[in-house]
Each structure stands twice: as structure tokens, then as C-alpha cells.
Write a protein that binds this ligand. Structure first.
Ligand SMILES: NC(=O)c1ccc[n+]([C@@H]2O[C@H](COP(=O)([O-])OP(=O)(O)OC[C@H]3O[C@@H](n4cnc5c(N)ncnc54)[C@H](OP(=O)(O)O)[C@@H]3O)[C@@H](O)[C@H]2O)c1
Length: 247
């Protein structure tokens, strides 16, 4: 029998994070969760533990405490086989235009924290000789739009970081996977009117991440395939026309 693998899930209180950890647990992976709110993570830990028979543990981690990230990774014994980071914050675009602290938090939460943490883990994985790094980014990073460019720019930075890391890690047995979920029905999008064809459920995202990791598919994954041609078309719209579209 092959040895049980371990998943490190960063952002366990998110709907996508919970669905992802559950998908991996059902596939027999041992799970280690982190969240900034340990009490909420504990509820999700207990839920996964009763629904599957795998060991599930939880630990507190605030991704903005960047000075603690190296010691957090140093404390991971054994080092996980895969890490999935779903941490993010949509924020409020209008507020971010005048409230610099809010804009900074959105940028740090979507870009700085996840990139630094996955970068540290990548070094360990490359040194060890194997592992999968998964970052949940967004189609919002494919082209800046007036309605959410602070979030979009942070996700664009995160996607670029993962792209460069993947390029560098391609000489090793470390997979770097970028997930672009499109719209997902979660707490983040509650109250928004979402087009059904372009909207995934959290389970769909969790299963797509599991499949990408288990099949070692290093690369960029749009969960609903239709998003790739949609975003290609959006990126091809000439700037003078794009400006008038007020997206
Ligand atoms: N829903 C969508 O349509 C959609 C589309 C594209 C991409 N995404 C991305 O998918 C990921 C998951 O989003 P979701 O839809 O599941 O929304 P969510 O439930 O709001 O998830 C966001 C997660 O980030 C955590 N977080 C925020 N700041 C943190 C910090 N400083 N330290 C640690 N954790 C922190 C939140 O923790 P708390 O519970 O403590 O707030 C929560 O677990 C995000 O990266 C999001 O940008 C979502």
C-alpha cells in the first residue's frame, strides 16, 4: 500500500478551502488546515473528520504576519506533499480608491502573503525533490477592470509569481498549479447575481484542484473551461473600446 500523503490547506474557513480539503480527505489524504480564526477552522476540521476517516489537524496562521511564515514552515513536520492556498479578500473597490489601508490589505492578502508563503514552501519542496504548490488566483487578474482593479492587480501579481515559480521549478519534480475558478457561489460572492454557465460550486473547484494535483498537471487551470476563451476575448478587446465598456 502506498504511503498516505499530506495536504496543507491555507485558508480553511473559506468555502472553496473547505470543499478542497474535503475532496482530498475523501481521496485518502491526511489534512492539515490553517486559518486566522482557529475556532472556525476547528468546526471545519471536525466536519471533515466525521465525514472521512483520515487524520485532520488545524493550526492558526494569519497570512499577513509575514515575519512568522518561515518559522511556520519550519514547524511543518513532516513537510506536506501538497499545499493549496485559497486565502484572499475581494475588498471594496470604491473604498480602496481613497482608503489606502484598505487597498494595502487587499493587495497584501491576495498577493504578498500567499506569494511569500508558497515561495518558502517551494524552496523546501525543490530541495526535497517533490511536491505540488497550488495557488487560487482569479480571472480578475487577466485584465484590469474599473470595477475591481485593486483586487485584480493583486491577483495578477499572484498569477505572475506562480508563473515564474512554475517556470523555474520545471527542472524539478515540483508542480506549480494556478487555479482560476471564475465565479464561485461562496460567502465572497453572496448577494451577487451570477451567470449560471460561468459559475462553479465550491465542490467543483475542490475536485478540479484534487485532479490537477493527482495528475501532476503543472499549469494554469480555468475550472469551467469556457472561461479561457471568454478571458482570451476580453484581453483582445482594443483599449479604446475597452474604456467605453465600463466593466
Ligand atoms: N468566490 C469566487 O467567485 C472566487 C472567484 C475567483 C477566485 N476566488 C478566490 O478563491 C479564494 C477563496 O475564496 P472564497 O470564495 O472561498 O471566499 P472566502 O470564503 O471569503 O475565502 C477567503 C478566505 O481567506 C481567508 N483570509 C483572509 N484574510 C486572511 C488572512 N490575513 N490570514 C489568513 N486567512 C485570511 C478568510 O478567512 P476568514 O474566514 O477568517 O475571513 C477565508 O478563509 C480567494 O483567494 C478568492 O479570491 C473566489
Amino acid at each position: 500500500m502506498s504511503e498516505q500523503k499530506t495536504l496543507l490547506l491555507i485558508g480553511a474557513t473559506s468555502d472553496i478551502g473547505h470543499a478542497t480539503a474535503t475532496a482530498f480527505a475523501k481521496a485518502g489524504w491526511r489534512i492539515h488546515l490553517t486559518a486566522r480564526n482557529l475556532e472556525a477552522a476547528e468546526r471545519n476540521r471536525a466536519d471533515i473528520a466525521v465525514r472521512t476517516s483520515v487524520p485532520v489537524t488545524a493550526e492558526v496562521l494569519n497570512i499577513l504576519d509575514t515575519e512568522k511564515l518561515e518559522s511556520f514552515v519550519g514547524g511543518l513536520v513532516p513537510l506536506p506533499d501538497a499545499v493549496v492556498c485559497v486565502v484572499g479578500e475581494l475588498g471594496d473597490q470604491q473604498r480602496a480608491q481613497t482608503d489606502i489601508a484598505h487597498a494595502a490589505r487587499v493587495i497584501r492578502t491576495n498577493f504578498e502573503g500567499p506569494s511569500l508563503l508558497l515561495g518558502i514552501l517551494a524552496e523546501r519542496f525543490i530541495q526535497r525533490g517533490h511536491g505540488s504548490i497550488v495557488g487560487v488566483s482569479s480571472v480578475a487578474g487577466d485584465r484590469g477592470r474599473g470595477s475591481n482593479y485593486v483586487y485584480g492587480a493583486a491577483k495578477a501579481g499572484f498569477s505572475a509569481f506562480l508563473s515564474g515559480l512554475r517556470n523555474r521549478a520545471s527542472a524539478s519534480n515540483v508542480q506549480v498549479i494556478t487555479i482560476k475558478p471564475g465565479f464561485v457561489r461562496t460567502r465572497m460572492t453572496s448577494g451577487m447575481k451570477l451567470p449560471p454557465l460561468l459559475t462553479a460550486e465550491p465542490d467543483e473547484v475542490g475536485n478540479a484542484i484534487l485532479a490537477a494535483v493527482e495528475k501532476s498537471r503543472s499549469g494554469v487551470h480555468y475550472v469551467r473551461k469556457i472561461w479561457r476563451p471568454v478571458m482570451t476575448a476580453i484581453c483582445l478587446i482594443p483599449e479604446p473600446v475597452f474604456k467605453k465598456m465600463r466593466l
